[in-house]
Design a protein around this ligand. Structure first.
Ligand code: ATP
Length: 712
């Protein structure tokens, strides 16, 4: 008795010399057993005989029946159970062919795996095919939420380029995904993928994936937070399957429902997908088997399946969603867009953001009263530039103004009240100002992140209102907050932004490496570490490196040294000193030390207005002009001592002004004219004999003093 006999000896059939003998005992038992399928007509078995015993792995037999197909199925199941056999092929007419596997891995696999099309149904297939929708949606919203898109835009990636690159990327991923899905499905024999024409499937899925991407793009314009977009995307996918299966299918199968209503519903992308999957799936059948032979290209013309109409609907919707995306992306919402289109088309072009350069006389006249000569000088340079453009100026800001409209019940905010400024090539301009002075708003306008309410600026001779896309190729921006991809490394960031600046090949690699080294984010594998593992200071330095890559002509640095330790700050300053040689830099900072270390000129802003400009020395001389004299008497000393100190200071400088007096410490401002430092020393040495002086000091005005005077 060989293996085969051993395995089947207790089974319904036995193998003896190439023939099958039915075990009558067992067979009888099965007939009577309540546990088996209720075989009503097992006597239908007429004969069973071996076909190919020469095959070492499989032993085939044919069992012939008299009965109908449904009865054959029941017997087939019973025979599998009884003989540990593996059902290899199913029957046709009144013959069934069975395969008995010689070396079965384990006993008792009752049946061949049934077709997934019958088990999971269309509902799950819809969800699997739509799986990439939430991925596309949330990754686009992530870039929007993290302002990465704005950052890419500021570095030269235009809107069209952004959408095109994103589209191609997601289309590639989607096609790869659907290819793998169909290949896998066809390999394991899932009817939906295996029996339908591959050409037809390619056509259907190609069109649907394009529609899905354009619909995801359109949906992106609505969301601003990734989490909500992600949840909504998953709900959409899950819900679509259920809506298709439980709401739409009954309509399709109900012949009394007007076909026009069905077609209308099919304009919703997941419903059109459901309908196509419905048509490509085997029809419902009793048991796991069906004679469905699939839909082929030729069947497209068959109006019964409606696939052609569905494809036409999808092809029409696809560009519509793309158009809507571009439109909403530009104008925010339909109402804004229409308003903007109307105002832009007025013959006089009088819409405020599209108007011709104007100096807004009222605003400027008002500023003449409060501003000093340096501000007027700036205005003159700007006026001269407007009449006769001068290429030595990299940045000309012409009376720029930013008003944020009223929001959430708050009044409008005039953040920038008519800045006029000129910055030459090779110059680093430090913009100082108290919190809320309008520095970030100014930089946002210069980088095209927000539009000026009025006025304009010229970067390298180009107008920010009309030439922003060209300007983007020449500027570098380090925004106030780091806008980085957590999933990319420092080097990858620089390679990406370098490429946007039209660097490539060895030059790109070299530039990225140099930037990383200059800002000390190279050594120890830091360059190739994911940004998510960077410290705050490292992220900040990477942001600065990004702003400098690709040799931009104008660089905006919004508080670049925030959060840096002294050593990193020093590295940053060195990198900036080296970089500024051939470019104009606008730097905002709250660090006077930084402004003095880096800036050739400094401007101090307050309440949206530029109050003064000049070199650090000029500002100190102009707005300082005093020495700060501090005297502290011992704690035990009384009021008399304080008065005596005041008298002493006035004897040194009659114009001295006391600015501070608390707990024995007094601070005076002494006009520089008429004060000789040697005399001050001599007077204090003498005073120490009669007064109980604990400490004293004399310092020149600092930039900080100027700042406090001008900005507060
Ligand atoms: N998007 C906005 N909507 C409404 N008001 C805004 C908006 N952005 C800024 N502002 C307001 O504009 C004014 C200037 O803000 P801005 O951020 O430009 O100042 P800043 O000088 O950069 O301040 P900081 O030094 O604190 O960064 C502030 O009063 C601020 O509240």
């Amino acid at each position: 008795m060989d293996n085969k006999e051993a395995r089947c000896s207790q089974a319904l059939f036995e193998w003896r010399e190439n023939s099958i003998v039915i075990n009558n005992e067992l067979y009888k038992g099965f007939r009577e057993s309540k546990a088996t399928e209720r075989i009503e007509n097992t006597n239908d078995i007429v004969s069973a005989y071996d076909l190919t015993s020469s095959d070492l792995k499989h032993y085939n037999m044919i069992v012939q029946y008299n009965s109908e197909k449904s009865n054959m199925l029941r017997v087939a199941r019973l025979m599998n159970l009884a003989s540990n056999a593996y059902l290899q092929l199913r029957g046709n007419g009144t013959k069934m062919r069975f395969g008995f596997v010689k070396d079965m891995p384990r006993d008792g696999h009752p049946l061949k795996a049934p077709d997934m099309s019958f088990i999971v149904g269309k509902l799950v297939f819809i969800q699997i095919i739509m799986l990439l929708f939430p991925v596309i949606l949330s990754s686009l919203v992530y870039e929007k939420q993290q302002k990465l898109r704005a950052m890419m835009k500021m570095h030269g990636l235009g809107d069209m380029a952004y959408w095109t690159i994103s589209y191609c990327y997601f289309l590639l991923i989607s096609l790869l995904y659907i290819f793998l899905l169909v290949t896998f499905g066809a390999t394991v024999g899932i009817k939906l993928f295996a029996v339908n024409s591959y050409m037809l499937q390619f056509l259907v899925y190609f069109i649907y994936m394009n529609l899905q991407i354009s619909f995801a793009f359109f949906t992106t314009t609505y969301f601003s937070t990734t989490t909500i977009a992600n949840v909504a995307g998953h709900l959409y996918v899950t819900g679509s399957g259920f809506i298709g299966e439980y709401l739409f299918r009954p309509f399709v199968e109900d012949t009394s429902v007007p076909r026009s209503l069905i077609t209308l519903m099919e304009f919703f992308p997941p419903i059109s997908l459901y309908r196509i999957i419905y048509e490509l799936s085997p029809p419902p059948s009793e048991g796991f088997f069906s004679d469905f032979s699939g839909v082929h290209l030729g069947d497209l013309s068959n109006p019964k399946n409606g696939i052609l109409v569905l494809l036409i609907i999808m092809v029409l919707e696809w560009p519509i969603f793309i158009f809507l995306t571009l439109y909403l992306d530009e104008f925010g919402c339909l109402r804004n867009g229409i308003r903007k289109l109307l105002t832009a088309s007025r013959p006089d072009g009088s819409y405020q953001t599209l108007q011709k350069p104007s100096t807004q006389p009222q605003e400027f006249e008002a500023s003449i009263e409060i501003d000093r000569t340096d501000i007027l000088r700036e205005r003159e340079i700007v006026d001269r530039f407007l009449k006769q453009p001068d290429t030595s100026y990299s940045v000309i800001i012409d009376n720029i103004r930013k008003v944020y409209p009223p929001k959430d019940g708050n009044a409008e905010v005039v953040a920038v009240k008519g800045f006029s400024l000129s910055i030459q090539r090779g110059q680093c301009f430090g913009l100082l100002g108290s919190n809320g002075a309008g520095k970030t708003s100014l930089i946002s306008m210069l980088t095209g992140f927000t539009k000026p309410t009025s006025g304009t600026a010229y970067i390298d001779g180009m107008d920010i209102r009309t030439d922003m896309s060209e300007i983007y190729t020449r500027i570098g921006v380090c925004p106030q907050f780091n806008l980085l991809w957590e999933t990319l490394t420092g080097r990858e960031h620089l390679m990406f932004y370098g490429r946007l600046k039209r660097l490539n090949g060895a030059a790109l690699f070299e530039a990225a490496e140099q930037s990383l080294k200059a800002l000390q984010i190279f050594e120890g594998g830091v360059a190739d570490t994911l940004v998510s593992q960077y410290s705050g200071g490292m992220k900040r330095r990477l942001s600065v490196a990004i702003s400098l890559i690709g040799d931009p002509k104008v660089v905006y640095l919004d508080e670049p040294s925030t959060g840096l330790d002294p050593a990193s700050r020093s590295a940053l300053w060195n990198a900036l000193k080296f970089a500024k040689k051939d470019k104009a830099i606008i730097l905002t900072t709250h660090s006077m030390e930084e402004a003095e270390a880096l800036c050739d000129r400094i401007g101090i802003a307050a309440y949206g207005r530029l109050r003064c400009t000049g070199t650090s020395k000029e500002l100190k001389a102009k707005y300082g002009g005093t020495l700060v004299f501090t005297v502290t008497v011992a704690a035990a000393a009384g009021e008399d001592e304080d008065e005596a100190v005041e008298r002493l200071v006035r004897s040194i400088s009659p114009a001295a002004k006391r600015t501070y007096h608390i707990a024995g410490t007094q601070k005076f401002e002494l006009p520089k004219q008429g004060v000789k430092i040697a005399e001050v020393f001599r007077a204090m040495e003498q005073a120490k004999r009669s007064l109980n002086i604990a400490a004293w000091g004399l310092v020149d005005t600092t930039l900080e003093d100027v700042f406090i005077k001008v900005a507060c």
